[in-house]
Write a protein that binds this ligand. Structure first.
Ligand code: NAP
Length: 299
C-alpha cells in the first residue's frame, strides 16, 4: 500500500513527488506519456522566478533530475481506470492494480483541435501542435500559427527566427497573451497579423499547401499559401478518467488553492484543476501544496 499515487509527471506531478518524498511518504509517480508534460514544448521559459531564461527541455531535465536524486522513479504506464472513493484508492493499469491511501491528480491538459477539414488529414504532414518540436522542418518557409494566447504568440516569435514569414491568425483583434509578448510580436517584421479570421479548411495534396480563411466580421473567404500550420488554440483538461467520480467545472477538477477535490484523500495539482493562472510556477506550487495536504490527511 503506497502513501501517494501521483498521476502525471509534468511540473505539478514532479514537484508533488519531490515534496512527498522529502516528507517521508512512499510515492508512485505514474505517467502515460513523456515525463515532463507541456513545458517540454516551450522553446524558452522566461517567467519562472529565479531562472531568467531556460528551455522547457532543460527545465524538465533539472526537475526530473531533482526528483530522481531523491529516489523518485517515474513509471510509464497506461492507466485504464481509477477508483477514487473510499479510504483505499485504486489505479488499474493493463497489468496490475495499484493501491494507495491518497492520490494526487496532476494529469494536465492537452492541445485543443481546430476541428476543421484537413486538420486530421495533414497532421504530421504540415499540421503541428508543437512549434518547438516541428519548427525546424519549416526553415525558410512560410507558416501559419493559429491562436491569440501566450502559446500562439510565443510560438510565433520562435518560428520567426527560422521561417521566412509567420502568419499569426487570430479570430478577433484583442489577444489573451501577456502584453510584453504582444509587443514583441508586433515588433517582428516577418510576423504578419491576420486578425478577425478563422481557419475554415487546411488545404494540401500530400502536404499542407495553404489555409482557407473566413473573415469573422464580413464572412469573406480568402486563401493563404503556407507549408505549415501550427495550432495553438488552447487546452482541454485531461480528466476523462475521473468523470463521474469527483466534481468537475468546465472539464477541470474543481479544487481550490489547497488542492482538495470533492473526494477525501484526492488532491488536484497543476493545469488540471480550476485556477485563475495556469503557469509553470503555479503548477510547481500546486505540487508542493498537494503533497503537504496529502501528508496532513494521512497523519
Ligand atoms: P489560451 O490562453 O486559452 O488561448 C487560446 C487562444 O486560442 C485564444 O486566443 C482563443 O481565442 C483561441 N481559440 C480557441 N479556440 C479557437 C478556435 N476554435 N479557433 C480559433 N481560435 C481559437 O491557450 P494557450 O495560449 O495554449 O495557453 C494556455 C494556458 O497556458 C494559459 O493560461 C496561458 O496563460 C498559459 N501559458 C503561459 C505562458 C507563459 O506565461 N509564458 C506560455 C504559454 C501558455 P479567444 O481569445 O478569442 O478566446
Amino acid at each position: 500500500m503506497t502513501d501517494v499515487i501521483i498521476l502525471g509527471a509534468g511540473t505539478a506531478g514532479l514537484s508533488a513527488a519531490i515534496y512527498a518524498v522529502r516528507a517521508g511518504l512512499s510515492v508512485r509517480l505514474l505517467e502515460n506519456g513523456v515525463c515532463g508534460g507541456q513545458i517540454l514544448n516551450s522553446p524558452d521559459v522566461d517567467n519562472y522566478p529565479g531562472i531568467p531564461s531556460i528551455s522547457g527541455f532543460d527545465f524538465v531535465q533539472n526537475l526530473s533530475g531533482h526528483a530522481e536524486s531523491l529516489g523518485v522513479k517515474p513509471e510509464s504506464v497506461i492507466v485504464k481506470s481509477v477508483e477514487l472513493a473510499g479510504t483505499v484508492k485504486k489505479v488499474h493499469t493493463a497489468n496490475e492494480t495499484i493501491e494507495s491511501r491518497t492520490m494526487i491528480l496532476a494529469t494536465g491538459a492537452s492541445h485543443r483541435k481546430l476541428g476543421c477539414p484537413g486538420e486530421d488529414t495533414f497532421q504530421g504532414r504540415g499540421v503541428s501542435y508543437c512549434a518547438t518540436c516541428d519548427g525546424a522542418f519549416f526553415r525558410g518557409k512560410d507558416v501559419a500559427i493559429v491562436g491569440g494566447g501566450n502559446t500562439a504568440l510565443e510560438d510565433a516569435l520562435f518560428l520567426a527566427n527560422s521561417c521566412r514569414t509567420v502568419y499569426l491568425i487570430h479570430r478577433r483583434e484583442g489577444f489573451r497573451a501577456h502584453q510584453s509578448v504582444v509587443d514583441a510580436v508586433r515588433a517582428r517584421e516577418n510576423i504578419r497579423l491576420v486578425l478577425n479570421a478563422t481557419v475554415d479548411e487546411i488545404l494540401g495534396d500530400q502536404f499542407v499547401t495553404g489555409v482557407k480563411l473566413k473573415n469573422t466580421q464580413n464572412g469573406t473567404i480568402s486563401q493563404l499559401e503556407v507549408s505549415g500550420v501550427f495550432v495553438a488554440v488552447g487546452l482541454n483538461p485531461n480528466t476523462d478518467l475521473f468523470e463521474g467520480q469527483l466534481d468537475l467545472d468546465g472539464g477541470y477538477i474543481r479544487a481550490g488553492e489547497d488542492c482538495h477535490t470533492s473526494v477525501e484523500g484526492v488532491f488536484a495539482a497543476g493545469d488540471v484543476r480550476t485556477k485563475p493562472l495556469r503557469q509553470l510556477v503555479t503548477a510547481a506550487a500546486d505540487g508542493a501544496v498537494a503533497a503537504v495536504e496529502a501528508g496532513k490527511y494521512l497523519a
